[in-house]
Design a protein around this ligand. Structure first.
Ligand code: SF4
Ligand code: SF4
Ligand code: SF4
Length: 228
């Protein structure tokens, strides 16, 4: 694979290389989370680097490893500086425009999303609710009609419920695959960040659950999600 790509890059023009890398970046244009954006952008570009120079081969891989760790809640002080340094090294030291372009684009994403990076690292938060570690799925009790389709769909068997009961997701088992959200016609399955709305602890008959406002806070005045 690497050999085929090496031959390919040597045959194409600098403009074509840039277009290829920019197209990879554009695949992430709708992604609202800069951490996930860099993770996915570097995952795809590391696979198509020809691998001839070390900075491109290892640098893009390291960008991907660090971004992935941040997205999984394992970000550490200094990670932003590491990402910046590797991006600069790629831009300066790559043998062709492939690595240079990856470094340049990564640094742009990083600079525009610096606040989001800091939130992921320091506060363990993803405001866009994209990084799986930082959100959970819950079933809005007022919307669930007890059709049972989500329970049948869930590969982890993380959903409790039966016909005509409000279903409940066990966040400790759920792996955030999102399959249940696609099957639910009532759009009852939603994402929550640090604050989870008040929910039934176990399935109850449809229509019987009443959200009790806490301190006048309404539905979202629920519980803080336990961090695993
Ligand atoms: S920067 Fe180096 S490793 Fe990367 S694609 Fe160009 S020649 Fe290959
Ligand atoms: S969450 Fe949706 S799919 Fe699951 S039982 Fe309720 S309405 Fe049906
Ligand atoms: S997100 Fe996936 S694992 Fe979690 S409850 Fe839905 S289907 Fe099950």
């Amino acid at each position: 694979m690497a050999l085929i790509q090496r031959k390919l890059w040597k045959q194409v023009s600098s403009e074509e290389i840039k277009d290829f890398v920019i197209d990879e970046y554009k695949k992430q244009s709708e992604n609202p989370c800069p951490v996930d954006k860099i993770k996915k952008f570097t995952d795809s570009t590391r696979r198509t680097s020809c691998g001839e120079c070390v900075i491109c081969r290892e640098g893009i891989l390291q960008l991907n490893v660090v971004a992935e760790a941040i997205s999984e809640g394992k970000g550490r002080d200094g990670d932003i500086e590491i990402l910046t340094e590797i991006s600069d090294d790629l831009t300066i030291g790559s043998c062709c425009d492939y690595g240079k372009e990856v470094g340049k684009i990564t640094k742009e994403i990083l600079e525009k999303g610096i606040e989001e990076f800091e939130k992921h690292i320091k506060r363990k938060r993803c405001d866009a609710l994209i990084c799986k570690k930082f959100f959970s799925y819950y079933i809005a009790p007022q919307k669930c009609n007890g059709c049972n389709k989500c329970k049948e769909e869930c590969p982890q068997k993380a959903i409790a419920g039966d016909k005509d009961l409000i279903h409940v997701i066990n966040s400790d088992i759920c792996d955030r695959c999102g399959k249940c959200t696609i099957i639910c016609e009532k759009t009852a399955i939603q994402k929550a960040g640090a604050v989870v709305p008040k929910l039934p602890q176990e399935p109850v008959p449809v229509g019987t659950f009443k959200a009790e406002p806490q301190n006048g806070g309404g539905l979202m005045a629920g519980r803080r999600r336990r961090r695993s």
